[in-house]
Design a protein around this ligand. Structure first.
Ligand SMILES: NC(=O)c1ccc[n+]([C@@H]2O[C@H](COP(=O)([O-])OP(=O)(O)OC[C@H]3O[C@@H](n4cnc5c(N)ncnc54)[C@H](O)[C@@H]3O)[C@@H](O)[C@H]2O)c1
Length: 485
């Protein structure tokens, strides 16, 4: 039940409660869905659910995320992105008036369905050589978040965990918390707990990566799995993208971390071949394209700067932690090794850059880094591989200017970026393609190079076209994975 505030009380909580009450009143008769966590996943998930006008959707985040909560309530989507559908959905939801963002935990008492989209981080400790030394998974924040729901939710709530968790979490962590809290509240165990992981991709297909994509799900029991399926069918085009039910939550939790570990290993695998190909004067891109013709080898990875983003950099570690700590098994050594190799990958580009200038000290060299986000056409800078490259160049005293068309600041480093107008026309000794955004490849870079004095262009992604290099042959090009240029 919602807490009743004393009349005249003017606290933030009282205001929140008032707006919650009037929101529910305005949306009378609709099923209430609460999304816990309004980050990259939760913000867009809230919109996707609220686009279905049968639901009244409340997004809950922590009080310290007031800025994001206010932005959402004031009609601004807090994540800059290129998917027009995000803004169309947001407009629709604003018009319907069936979405509210808040930090008020009383929201959980109103919900028929609660979707957990909070973060669950891995704390990594790097050694002096910047490789992964050790790591730890601290479940206390996640436990607290689940407890805050179980303490006040409706008796027969459906909880769907979308957060990427160490396999075993729904059965060994979430369920016991619910049982303890229900016992304290004198309730029978009538809750339902489902698990269905996100494959959302912030970028041009942000919304479609939820609504028009395949999903895996499960439940702690059959009733939970059935209700999870019923809910997912209301937001996903399951006619075209059928759901896959797995035998239990351990299985679907494992499915998520296995699919990301597989990808992380694929990327790690190609790193030693990248260095080998460079030494052997081989164009590894050409070799990989030849191999990709075989249907069994279609997803062999190309060389790159490194792996970034929130998921591939931690999910194999969540799996290995689970094996050791929740199932008394062994570490997943290959998956852990993949993370170690991937974390170190940007050091290779750094070595190539240093090699070209043949200097231990780069203080007389000016660099322009184009793109700092971890993924093309996205403004997400979390765990970007550009960071390690930037740090190493800085350590050597280089003069570095940064640009990214999707963000004007690098939050993690507390840095402001230059605008295109500021960098265009300036001279640099080198340009490094940090992230191959279409913005650069579809004209801007070509213009910049045409008007620049001779410099060195480093392309860790093999993203430059032969034509661009021929048309701008006053410059020197160094491409990671291409021993032939
Ligand atoms: N970002 C992606 O592309 C992506 C893709 C697939 C899966 N995932 C997974 O989805 C989950 C969420 O990822 P994200 O990128 O949205 O993370 P995020 O860090 O952007 O957002 C998480 C949000 O949860 C909030 N939060 C934390 N504890 C809370 C609590 N007790 N109550 C309410 N809010 C709370 C945080 O303040 C934050 O705003 C993670 O497990 C991630 O691995 C992410």
């Amino acid at each position: 039940m919602m807490t009743k505030e004393k009349p005249g009380e003017n606290s933030a909580a009282a205001n929140d409660n008032l707006s919650l009450n009037s929101f529910i009143h305005k949306n009378g008769g609709k099923e209430v869905v609460v999304v816990q966590g309004l980050g990259f996943v939760g913000a867009v998930m809230s919109l996707v659910v609220a686009a279905e006008n049968r639901y009244a959707v409340i997004g809950v985040d922590l009080p310290e995320r007031k800025e994001v909560i206010d932005e959402l309530n004031n009609g601004d989507f807090p994540i800059q992105c290129t998917d027009q559908k995000v803004y169309e959905y947001f407009d629709k939801v604003k018009e319907q008036g069936n979405f509210l963002a808040t930090s008020d935990c009383h929201s959980y008492a109103l919900a028929d369905v609660i979707i957990v989209d909070i973060n669950l981080d891995v704390a990594k400790q790097a050694g002096a050589d910047k490789t992964l030394n050790s790591y730890n998974v601290d479940l206390s924040g996640f436990r607290q978040a689940i407890k805050s729901i179980a303490e006040r939710c409706k008796e027969d709530v459906l909880l769907i965990v979308e957060t990427t968790v160490p396999p075993g979490t729904c059965q060994k962590v979430v369920r016991p918390i619910f049982e303890v809290e229900y016992q304290k509240r004198g309730l029978p165990f009538t809750f339902k707990i489902g698990h269905s992981y996100e494959r959302v991709m912030p970028g041009p297909g942000y919304v479609d990566s939820i609504t028009n994509f395949y999903r895996v799900y499960s439940g702690i029991d059959k009733a939970s799995a059935n209700d999870t399926e019923k809910f997912l069918k209301t937001i996903i085009s399951t006619d075209q993208f059928p759901l896959t039910r797995l035998g239990g939550t351990n299985a679907s939790e494992m499915s998520k971390v296995l699919e990301n570990s597989f990808r992380a290993m694929n990327i790690a695998f190609i790193q030693e071949w990248t260095e080998y190909a460079e030494a052997a004067d081989v164009n590894l891109f050409e070799v990989i394209d030849a191999i990709r013709i075989r249907p069994t080898h279609k997803n062999i990875m190309r060389p790159g700067l490194g792996v970034g983003g929130y998921c591939l950099t931690k999910d194999p570690l969540l799996a290995s932690w689970s094996s050791q700590n929740l199932f008394e098994g062994n570490a997943l050594y290959q998956s852990e090794k993949a993370v170690k190799i991937n974390d170190q990958m940007p050091l290779h580009t750094f070595e190539v850059v240093s090699g070209v200038f043949q200097k231990k000290d780069l203080s007389s060299i000016s660099f322009l880094i184009l793109g700092i986000s971890y993924l093309p056409n996205v403004g997400d800078t979390r765990y970007s591989p550009v960071e390690l490259l930037y740090d190493k160049l800085q350590e050597k005293g280089a003069d570095i200017e940064l640009h990214d068309p999707f963000t004007d600041q690098w939050r993690e480093k507390n840095l402001f970026l230059s605008s295109w107008e500021e960098i265009n026309g300036k001279s640099y000794d080198a340009i490094i393609i940090g992230t191959p955004h279409d913005y650069y490849l579809e004209g801007h870079l070509s213009n910049l190079l045409t008007n620049s004095e001779p410099l060195v262009v480093f392309d860790p992604h093999g993203s430059l076209s032969e034509r661009l290099m021929i048309e701008n042959n006053q410059h020197k090009y160094k491409i990671i994975g291409r021993g032939d240029v």
